[in-house]
Ligand binder design. Structure first.
Ligand code: AMP
Ligand code: ZN
Length: 110
């Protein structure tokens, strides 16, 4: 746990969240400012600041596997969904704990 990290505090339960899914590797919760009818964030429990910083291919594989499980089986986004990872400032990343956005529930514009 990185003490000044918002998402580490959410994983620890020190900041409340609307949890969707949790296992030993990942934690998923609803985004506080949803950009679509369904907007969920999936984060590794291990603190990794950005996609660039992650050299653990097994962890990245597990993250993507859990993203599709959560979207398909937990959220039941049968019509489809979008997965986004913003990387560093130029990519629009605001919280520096690696996370994948799942967006769905409507036809998404480009
Ligand atoms: P990014 O811009 O990719 O770093 O995305 C960070 C996301 O975290 C944004 O979509 C925020 O709305 C979301 N967010 C920030 N604080 C919270 C919070 N306390 N609970 C849930 N989502 C949050
Ligand atoms: Zn963190």
């Amino acid at each position: 746990m990185t003490t000044n990290c918002l998402f580490c505090k959410i994983i620890a339960g020190d900041i409340p969240s609307n949890k969707v899914y949790e296992d030993k590797d990942v934690f998923a919760f609803h985004d506080i400012h949803p950009k679509a009818p369904t907007h969920v964030l999936v984060i590794p429990k291990q603190h990794i600041a950005t996609l660039t910083d992650c050299d653990d291919n097994a962890l990245l594989g597990a993250l993507m596997d859990r993203v599709r499980h959560i979207a398909d089986d937990e959220l039941k986004l049968a019509a489809g969904y979008r997965v986004i990872i913003n990387v560093r400032e130029g990519g629009g990343q605001e919280v520096f704990h690696l996370h994948a956005h799942i967006l769905g529930g409507k036809k998404l514009p480009f």
